[in-house]
Design a protein. Sequence first.
Length: 765
Amino acid sequence: MDDGFKPHSSHWGVFSARWQNNALEVRSDANDPDPNLIVNNFPGALRHQARIAKPMIRRGWLERGAGASSRRGRDGFVAVEWGEALDRLAAELLRVKDSHGPGAVFGGSYGWASAGRFHHAQSQIHRFLNLSMGGFVRSVNSYSAGASSVIVPHVLGNYHGLTMNNVTWEQLAAHSEIVLAFGGMALKNSMIAGGGISQHVERGAMQRAAERGCKFLLVGPLRQDLPDEAAAEWISAIPGTDTALMLALVHTLVTEGLHDQAFIERYCEGWPVFQSYLLGKADGQPKDAAWAAPITGLAAEEIAALARRLHGKRVLVTVAHSLQRAEHGEQPVWMGALLASVLGQIGLPGGGYGYALGAIGYYGRRNNAVPSPTLSQGHNGVAEFIPVARIADMLLNPRGHYRYDGETRSYPDIRLIYWAGGNPFHHHQDINRLRRAFAQVDTVVVHEIAWTATARHADFVLPVTMTLEREDIGYSASDPLMVAMHRIAEPFGEAKDDYDVFSGLAQRLGSGDRFTEGRDAREWLEHLYDRTSKSLELQGIPAPSFEEFWEAGRLTLPQKPDDGGFLRAFRDDPVAHGLKTPSGKIEIFSSTIASFEDPDCPGHPTWLVPTDGTRPGAPLFLVANQPATRLHSQLDFGSHSADAKWRGREVASMHPHDAAARGLTDGDIIRLFNERGACLAALRLTTDIRLGVVQLPTGAWYDPVDPEEENPLCVHGNPNVLTRDVGTSALAQGCTGQLTAVEVEKFEGNLPPIRAFIPPSSGPP
Ligand SMILES: Nc1nc2c(c(=O)[nH]1)N[C@H]1C(S)=C(S)[C@@H](COP(=O)(O)OP(=O)(O)OC[C@H]3O[C@@H](n4cnc5c(=O)[nH]c(N)nc54)[C@H](O)[C@@H]3O)O[C@H]1N2
Ligand SMILES: Nc1nc2c(c(=O)[nH]1)N[C@H]1C(S)=C(S)[C@@H](COP(=O)(O)OP(=O)(O)OC[C@H]3O[C@@H](n4cnc5c(=O)[nH]c(N)nc54)[C@H](O)[C@@H]3O)O[C@H]1N2
Ligand SMILES: [Mo]
């Protein structure tokens, strides 16, 4: 490309970029029908002062050595040369390994990092810890799908198939008659896909379906959770009550004989036990529309009418990830499968259960017919793990007991935390508690591109390259375009690739050759590409050489047919293609889960009253959802993210009536607070939000007004100072960050400055 633009890819899409005259320009891919504007965070971010220029060590760690310290997040830093940083860190890694073993290292390192397959930070750190340290304590599951990824295998037998090979956008556009979307399918969310996608198809698919006459019904607190193109009807139920609503829908269907009894008998296990709960035979309370009305805030007649509309139609029930990122998050996921079963829709084209469709761009598509280029991670010699969102519990209660998926387990005793490619001070709940947890360990190591709050809470801060500063391969399992990600700009300051940092450490620990296998980064790309080209050749498809691929910048891969996945196969032949559940059927009652005897996750879908509901002192639901103008906390210092803020603060939305009751007006700076913490935000009034709800997206960087305080006010608008750090249930122990209860008031004081993007103080030793 002669104009200097070179191909690259990111979680927000495929694009090309050019660095010229000290300025970065980005262009979305010409073939993308609905490009993602989040790429516009790149230009301002690449050379922003928030980038980290040199390796840094926390002053207190340098002066006093490794050890528990409440100074993390409070001390200044000392700039050191790379050689010294790596020597000191290698010595500390050896000390921990020799005196405590690799089981004292937490290397879960959860996070989205960047899109390339080789510089994938989690693969790099896990490979390093396995090969050079003998292993590490890992984390399982995700913040995305903590509850669903544990309950779905018990109930439907296949989580991966449910999300990655199920009802597609093509089917929805062609066949669905009603899409009942719990939590919606916000375009802001499907704009994102790990690994990068080249075509954002969701808006077009919803538009085609609506034009064909398909009705979209949105259940959720925000009208914007379905795009205008879907022309949706909005059912604004109280957040966290979807299970009660679905129970009442099923109750109406069953008592009016509108359910598919034949489907239930042929494909489902345990209906009678559930039915007795549904009809109130077990507890004297039928789960009917009148029962659900005060719980959900909807009229009983509206609920019953909705149920009747679903009968006899090709219905797709979708449940967003968000519903399960809350206390008892297992229940709406399970209940959604049950509702789709009672309607007899599972396995039909454009019908059934589209769990998480639209939550991330890689769902609802055809899958590639060639395997992903993946860096091998070696063998982890440590068996211990935690459910990912239990990190603060683990650090605060070493050897403490907890329940998970039917087992009583104990937390490991962690001495060293090593993070690359994630931002726990973005993603974790109750950040003030997380600060106390991070104070417990001997040493915290973070690789970062920028001064995130996680970097500020580390002892070793190692500056790494941003994706634009290195070469990689872009690939997503359900997008046919493989991208040769060219280097666009030189590394910032002294930043190194994660790979080079780990190579340097591995060398010092005596495992350099094992880690690098003698390859530099370019040679690794050729090696990874080899797997793809061999697989193409096996299928009789001529594969370009690596050099040809690199020159062309892209390669279109073959894809598998849209076959409806395991649920279609199960519907077609429930014996030959039985589900991987104990009964081989959809488990409406699970005797396995019942046998765990955890009261917060009984043996069938159940309405369980939340313990963090609204209350005096915290009368509003806070919906802390995904941000529209960035991916999580990434490049929050870029201009697309900054432009959406007001006076530098994240924007919170609220209904005018709730605002008036508090004497608030549009544009006010507000203080959101509860017993855990407080943050500032700028107020936006809208009637597109349910009464009693305030929405503040995640991702504004934690910015404590005074880091010396125990529970400082976040002046920027990070909702995770407010959220509660408890698991979804004893079954899955998933993240519950989506919903919590707060109060809001006008902030009257002088507005403190935003300092999150100014590097912390550093000086000579
Ligand atoms: N309250 C609340 N909290 C939530 C959620 C919610 O709904 N509500 N959602 C949750 C969900 S679903 C998720 S997935 C998590 C997301 O949490 P994270 O994935 O931790 O968030 P990111 O901001 O994507 O963090 C990635 C970090 O990696 C850095 N990075 C990027 N590229 C590289 C690289 O090449 N190398 C290295 N070393 N670093 C790199 C970025 O600068 C960034 O700091 O948040 C969760 N938190
Ligand atoms: N732009 C952008 N897109 C993203 C991300 C991002 O950071 N930025 N993150 C990506 C990641 S890692 C993930 S896992 C997905 C997450 O996908 P989701 O978890 O589905 O996304 P959220 O935006 O958190 O929530 C979707 C909507 O659910 C609604 N909601 C909240 N609580 C309830 C409830 O109790 N009931 C009902 N019916 N609705 C409720 C909210 O109005 C919210 O807007 O998003 C992905 N997409
Ligand atoms: Mo996520």
